[in-house]
Design a protein around this ligand. Sequence first.
Ligand code: ATP
Ligand code: MG
Length: 411
Amino acid sequence: MNDILPGEVETWQHLEEQARRIFRAYGFAEIRVPVVEKTELFCRSIGETTDIVEKEMYTFSDKSGNSLTLRPEGTAPVMRSFIQNKLHNRDPIAKLYYMGPMFRYERPQKGRYRQFHQIGAEVVGVDDPKIDAQVLAMLVHFFEEVAIPDVELQINSLGCPECRPAFRNLLIDFLQERLESLCEDCQRRYRTNPLRVLDCKAKGCREATLDAPSMLDHLCGGCTGHFAQVRGHLDDLAIPYAVNPRMVRGLDYYTKTTFEVVTGSLGSQNAVAAGGRYDGLVRELGGPPLSGIGFAMGVERLVLMKGEALVQPPRLELFLAAIGDEAARQAFILMSSLQRRGHRAEMDYEGKSLKSQLRRADKLRACHVLILGEDEIARQAALLKDMDAGTQEEIPLAGLEELLLERLRRL
Ligand code: ATP
Ligand code: MG
């Protein structure tokens, strides 16, 4: 679990601000849900035989003996809230987004942490393929705006309760014939979660499943039509994508369209965003039979991908270097007034020498430094240095604040 410190938090804030701005344009409103839920919620939604539920949840009993879990993902809590608050009565289509910490007890490594953060979005109530395309368009738009390069959108369809069971059986038969080649995990789970084997990173599993049957060849008429329409809309919007028939998701609730945004730059942690349709989930959780679709982006991975292009903390606009008590008093009044007007101003509080105050101004990358020395005060003046231009001018104390405001505005 990481601390996010000043210096890197600016990149986080930038990503969050861009997400808010862009998601708003597509009609999404923020929803904030608790970080703990009843354990049962995740077992029912994500699925008992998934990695998350089998081994990655932070689960504990509270003082009344309820089993609670730190949320490992955002979709289930958002759907729980949607149902509980009857949001479907407000509007036939709900477009929601969230951001915040998630928790999974995984082996920590680059791009994989035990507390990580997701920015996610969900649409509930409509299964029109235009919505799938819109969600993907918004996701791709976000990646463009935050200038994260070298990403590819991959899409697939996982079918529905009508066509997936037959495919699942076909896949189990296929895997059974190749059991010796599969890793221990997959030998154990190929019956309970055969699709997951297609997603296994182990070399043996990858090789053994190269010619595995593809869900895309076994979709029912409804799913085939839906997928074709999603692709058509993506083409209409000129959104580039690749069909990846091997892509499955680690959560049980997905149906039809699934997708990932992948990158070549993060090693095996190559998915930066992932999501899909979950038409049965709301009903499964006790709500009305409404369809849904959504995605989540991993913020840590986005930040890693920004790499060199991290967002810099804003520069200090003005450092007030004051020598002597009276000068420091006047500098303090002036600084407070500038801060109230929204300007980033700072001064020294320790009676340091002029030289060391100027060093601090440098460190804070101040654009301007105002020197209020005893000599200057005696002359009822101050010295304003423009740190970038390397120039300085003496300005009278009378009307100093107005003149500074004028200068700072021109930055
Ligand atoms: P992966 O295959 O990388 O384990 P996942 O399928 O478990 O991903 P999802 O549950 O779909 O991931 O979560 C969506 C996104 O959240 C991922 O694409 C990734 O960017 C991020 N993510 C998931 N788990 C972690 C983690 N432990 N640490 C950091 N980011 C994570
Ligand atoms: Mg995972």
